[in-house]
Structure formats: structure tokens, C-alpha cells
Design a protein. Structure first.
Length: 276
């Protein structure tokens, strides 16, 4: 499997004092579906920001597409071709949709990325229309993004990323604040992207969806270090691990031969696992 991301002993500190990540080493291969799990403040969002080249490690080395990613690489004139390549290959969907939306209409929002790629206006319009149809948001084409519902905003944000046909999709807490119907739509979309060969990396503490959108789970503890990097099903089955990283607290009771474990995550999600 081709390695797309290679993090070697990465650490990151805000203002040189507040640790967000400590000694993180991992590789992500092309076509993998990965969930990054951890409680609030563990460093999940910081890790995604590094993977997207928005910030740079305080220490350690980060390689993407066989290039070391540093501020110097992205700022160097001779490396601008690589920066453009990187930006078209990696798409980031932020947790807060309002951070990502700034254009007067949904069409303009989705067209912004392709317009930076020296495409003709006709080609840009055709690509945007294709994505609007694929995402089933044609009716939103001329709407102002900030007048949309939370679920509609999320769809537009994802459309602004998919319009560039990236190889890698990074999502930060994508199910946060979504209604059940939109959550189901998002889950099915991520499954389809994985089946199409896209690399999908999702940072979340929503344990209810990770077995549907990922085969691999990386668990970051409250000490900002990787605790486990393994199969999603193994991680979900390790109650001691999930308790230790503050993702759940557990209550068990019996109904006949069935054991129901009620896993209470942050923000009051009520998750169920059934064992017989």
C-alpha cells in the first residue's frame, strides 16, 4: 500500500507551552479509512491541522506524498507547484461550518477552489453543477450559505472539498450538531468515498458511527499521546481502553441472556452495544 502520510515523532505545542500532541508516529496508506478518537482537548483537531498543512510540528518530521512538509516548503517559490498539488489532493472539512463559508452564494462557495486552478469559467460551472447534483443540493445553488440549516451548511462544506476531487478527505467531528437523517446521509457518503478508493480520516468522539466509516482507529489519550492504533472493532470492544481515555463511562444490566452495555459519551450521546 502506498504511504500518503508519514508522521515521525511529531509533537506540537501552542505558544511553546501548551502541549497538544506528544511524540506521535503513524503512517496512513492510500485508500485507508481511519478514525482518530479522543476526548475533547486530546489533540485530534491539531493532528488534522498538521495533516492538512495548516500548522507545522514543533518537533519531529511530517511527510506527505514523499515530500517533507515544512513552512519553508510551502513558502518556497520553487515548491509552489507542490503546494498547489497538495491543496488539490487533500481536502479539509472543519467542525464549524461557518468557519469554512464566506461567499455570497452556494455556487460561488463551491466554485472558489476550482477557480484557483486556472480552469475556464465553463469548466468550473460544469464541475460545480456536477457536485451540486451529486450532493443533492441543486436547490441551494443561489442561496446565501449563512441562511442555511446546519445540515445544509455541512453538505455545502463537503461539496467545496469534493469539487476538487481530492485523494484525501479530512473531517473534524463531522457528525456534531447534525440531525439523524443528515448523519445517516454523511455516513453513507463516507462509505461511498471509501469504496471509491478515497483516503478518509475522521477525527471524532462519536463512537456510534466509527465502525461504519473506518476500519482502523487511532486512539489519543488525554496526555496527547497515541494509546492504541488498531482495528476499529477491536477498539470498540476494549471497554477498559475507552474508559481510560475518557470516551465513555459504563453501566451494565441484564435482560435474559442479553447483556446491554450503555456507553455514555461526552455531550450525552447514548450508545448501545448488544452482546449475547
Amino acid at each position: 500500500m502506498e504511504t500518503l502520510f508519514d508522521l515521525r515523532n511529531i509533537s506540537y505545542s501552542y505558544v511553546g507551552k501548551i502541549d497538544a500532541l506528544k511524540d506521535i508516529s503513524l503512517k496512513v496508506g492510500r485508500g485507508e479509512q481511519v478514525s482518530i478518537l479522543g476526548s475533547n482537548g486530546s489533540g485530534k483537531s491539531t493532528l488534522l491541522a498538521i495533516l492538512d498543512g495548516l500548522i507545522y510540528p514543533t518537533s519531529g518530521e511530517f511527510y506527505a506524498f514523499d515530500n517533507q512538509i515544512t513552512e519553508e516548503v510551502f513558502d518556497s517559490i520553487k515548491e509552489n507547484d507542490f503546494r498547489t498539488y497538495f491543496r488539490t489532493k487533500v481536502g479539509f472539512v472543519f467542525q464549524n461550518s461557518d468557519v469554512q463559508l464566506f461567499s455570497p452564494t452556494v455556487f460561488d462557495e463551491i466554485a472558489f477552489g476550482p477557480l484557483q486552478l486556472d480552469m475556464t469559467a465553463e469548466d468550473v460551472e460544469a464541475r460545480v453543477d456536477d457536485v451540486l447534483e451529486m450532493m443533492d443540493i441543486v436547490k441551494l445553488r443561489d442561496r446565501t450559505p449563512h441562511t442555511l440549516s446546519g445540515g445544509e451548511k455541512k453538505k455545502v462544506c463537503i461539496a467545496t472539498v469534493l469539487v476538487n476531487n481530492p485523494d484525501v478527505l479530512l473531517l473534524d467531528e463531522p457528525t456534531a450538531g447534525l440531525d439523524p437523517r443528515t448523519q445517516l446521509w454523511l455516513t453513507e457518503l463516507l462509505q461511498e468515498l471509501g469504496e471509491a478508493g478515497k483516503t478518509v480520516i475522521t477525527a471524532t468522539h462519536d463512537l456510534e458511527v466509527i465502525d461504519q466509516i473506518s476500519e482502523r482507529a487511532i486512539v489519543i489519550g488525554e496526555d496527547h499521546r497515541i494509546k492504541v492504533d488498531g482495528s476499529t472493532l477491536d477498539v470498540l470492544g476494549d471497554m477498559a481502553l475507552l474508559l481510560s481515555v475518557n470516551l465513555i463511562h459504563e453501566h451494565m444490566h441484564f435482560h435474559g441472556k442479553a447483556v446491554h452495555e450503555h456507553l455514555h459519551a461526552h455531550k450525552g450521546e447514548h450508545l448501545h452495544q448488544h452482546k449475547t
